[in-house]
Design a protein around this ligand. Structure first.
Ligand code: ADP
Ligand code: MG
Length: 584
């Protein structure tokens, strides 16, 4: 069979590139079986898709490593990295190996389709650019690539006997511990845990690797220190960020955003050596920022904004071009709709008028004339009514002191619990006036504001918002011919439009974006004009749990390089699709 492959390829040498098509099929390469699922039609098309399979018995990985879901995800991630490293390593001796790719994992360990582990076999999913000279097939070179180079790399990367066994064991143990810690956070009423000794700063704004020199290690303030005992026997101490409202303060450049960013990324486990391996956040914590220009479809932002001069009904707010404050309100409400239990907000990326309004402004512009009820007035009801916590960076305003359960200060990258001081200061400055009546609260104001008939107060400010139901055909772009596809991390091409995900901070990998693109197509197939967004996404993810990540792909065989996104990022993409329309 290996000979068949060799012979076929040799016979193709010098012929038109399209003749590679006849490779489609499967070949026995000794220990491995090669599946050629999809052959590119020309050298400039996306690479050909192939799979390399070997039996679990041949691969020889101890059953214990692969016994649970965590073990299989971590092992799959490890083998993907090992394969990518073997590709890089073989580049000198066989330069054609750079035509092969298995995906490029970053600092996070994610469930991926790059390596599939089943009861029977282990399978690597590859993209291969078949060699060409101009538009001619280089069959001999291709033969060397597929029958010599590829099996060599696979032998180095996919056999238990050839990988670094200690490193693999540690990778799996780390991942299991991280998952166990994350699963315990809710029961301990913590939003996030940041271990003593963690290294939070990154090398540069465009690198996710740890700052190599002069990083100040994290140290928890005594008052917030908690400890964990993990399944491996490891015990850890560090800062537990409790549920409720936590405010991070401190001078500019003292490390506030760096801490929040680490907490934000802590929804994913990080590889050993990252510095954030023990920064673990609940997996339903969501970063919220202003994102002016984004579209919105029928979102109830009335807890924050009502009585707009245009007469827009903010209980069902739609826009093709939201402002700073309305976009931030939209992001927040959508996150809660998607099930967020904690919000992460940085002043650097917030609309000031969404967050606060100071005393002088309250005096000059009466509340009845101000459509915005700032977040500072809503952050507590959000927690008491909906159980949604907030972790907030605020270096420029003390407005949050009195609504904060914890105030922690960063000075020279070192934390101090300043809750008592902050509360004392807040009490000293407390305005004796009765609580303000804002446009959002006041029936009088509402009566004059078109379309805002019901006051947002009773029974609660965040009384369950009506679920949004997409109009049946609004998820399917007009004139759509091709499947949705990811364009790097930041965008999805969907029909003729790009869904812009640049502002979706917790999307970390282009393979997640690709998976979300596939999810959008699946959701469009299912939209029935009755199901709401949250339950549609939930049922899709339940199927992914049952049938594997690759079930998102419409293709049998090679599913493409996908990494698992959270429900929140699927919601984020759907909500940013400009065609989305919801039913009244
Ligand atoms: P802030 O939000 O308080 O203005 P940043 O979080 O943006 O501050 O941090 C300012 C700079 O300090 C960044 O370049 C960041 O990489 C660096 N930095 C943050 N934390 C640490 C740390 N623990 N050790 C060393 N450098 C740090
Ligand atoms: Mg900052």
């Amino acid at each position: 069979d290996q000979q068949t492959l060799q012979r076929t390829l040799t016979s193709l040498d010098g012929r038109g590139y399209a003749s590679y098509k006849q490779l489609t099929g499967s070949y026995d390469l000794g220990v491995f079986r090669l599946f050629v699922d999809k052959v590119q039609v020309d050298p400039f098309a996306p690479p050909s898709l192939m799979r390399l399979r070997l039996s679990r018995a041949e691969a020889g990985f101890p059953a214990e490593l692969l016994a649970d879901r965590e073990g299989r995800i971590a092992t799959g991630d490890f083998l993907t990295r090992a394969f990518a490293a073997a590709l890089r390593g073989s580049h000198k001796s066989s330069p054609e190996s750079d035509a092969i790719s298995i995906g490029t994992p970053g600092q996070q360990v994610l469930e991926r389709t790059s390596v599939l582990i089943t009861e029977e076999f282990i399978e690597a999913r590859l993209a291969v650019g078949l060699p060409a000279a101009g538009r001619k097939a280089l069959g001999r070179k291709a033969a060397r690539l597929l029958t010599e180079t590829l099996p060599q790399i696979a032998e180095a990367a996919l056999l238990h006997g050839s990988v670094d066994q200690d490193a693999l064991q540690n990778h799996v143990t780390l991942y299991r511990d991280q998952a166990a810690l994350q699963a315990e956070l809710a029961a301990r009423r913590l939003v996030s845990f940041v271990a003593d000794g963690a290294v939070l700063p990154r090398r540069s704004g465009d690198s996710d690797r740890p700052l190599a020199e002069a990083a100040v290690q994290f140290r928890s303030p005594e008052s917030l220190r908690v400890s964990f005992e993990l399944p491996s026997g490891r015990s850890l101490t560090g800062m537990g960020v409790p549920e409720g409202v936590s405010v991070i303060v401190g001078g500019g450049y003292h490390g506030k955003s760096t801490l929040l960013r680490a907490i934000e990324r802590g929804v994913y486990p990080h590889i050993s050596g990252d510095g954030r391996e023990w920064v673990i956040t609940r997996d339903d914590a969501v970063s919220i920022r202003a994102e002016d220009g984004r579209a919105a479809a029928g979102v109830d932002i009335s807890p924050f904004i009502s009585g707009l001069p245009s007469g827009t009904d903010t209980r069902s707010f739609s826009s093709t071009n939201a402002s700073g404050s309305t976009s931030q309100a939209t992001n927040l409400v959508e996150a809660v709709e998607a099930g967020a239990s904690a919000l992460l907000i940085d002043e650097d990326t917030s609309a000031t008028n969404f967050m606060i309004r100071d005393e002088r402004m309250r005096e000059l512009i009466p509340a009845q004339r101000e459509p915005i009820t700032p977040f500072v007035d809503r952050v507590r009801p959000l927690f008491t009514e909906r159980g949604v916590s907030t972790v907030l960076v605020a270096g420029g305003s003390g407005a949050f002191f009195e609504v904060a359960d914890q105030v922690i200060a960063l000075q020279d990258y070192t934390l101090r619990d300043v809750t008592e001081e902050a509360h004392r200061i807040a009490a000293r400055h407390a305005a004796p006036a009765a609580p303000e009546v804002t446009a959002a609260d006041a029936p009088a104001a509402d009566a004059t504001a078109p379309g805002a008939a019901t006051p947002a107060t009773a029974p609660g400010i965040f009384a369950t918002a009506a679920a949004r139901v997409p109009q049946q055909d609004s998820l399917r772009p007009a004139k759509k011919t091709k499947p949705a596809r990811g364009r790097g991390r930041d965008a999805i091409q969907y029909g003729r439009e790009d869904v812009d995900l640049a502002a979706v901070a917790q999307l970390v990998d282009a393979a997640q974006t690709e998976a979300i693109a596939k999810a959008l197509d699946r959701l469009a197939e299912r939209a029935d004009g009755v199901s709401d967004i949250a339950s549609m996404v939930e049922s899709l993810l339940r199927e992914v749990d049952a049938s594997g990540l690759e079930s998102l792909s419409p293709h049998r065989g090679h599913p493409g390089h996908l990494a698992r996104p959270r429900a929140h990022e699927i919601h984020a993409a759907l909500n940013r699709y400009r065609g989305l329309k919801v039913r009244d």
